[in-house]
Design a protein around this ligand. Sequence first.
Ligand SMILES: [Cu+2]
Length: 109
Amino acid sequence: MCALILAAPSRTAGAEMLHVVIKNMAFSNVPATAHVGDVVEWSNEDFVAHTATARDHAFDTVIAPGKTGSTTLTKSGKLRFFCRFHPNMTGEIDVVPEVTSAAGARNSR
Ligand SMILES: [Cu+2]
């Protein structure tokens, strides 16, 4: 039997808020990487509505002009997203698993 069970995604204190700006019909300020459990806040600074929609339809958030929406990153892997209203608006974030305290000592830098 395997003693090492991958626990359900836990919302740890290390979760970060990532701010993505939607402006001039484009996603900007998109972080290259994020962790599972982080929250992406989408700020729509345009005068038209946009969506933040995952390619795999894990989420689909409509953001009205001047408003914000948020998405919690629940799984690791390459997150590709786009705007349903303007499919040429795309972005991607590399979502890496939450670092557990047991593995936390192994810093990559
Ligand atoms: Cu759009």
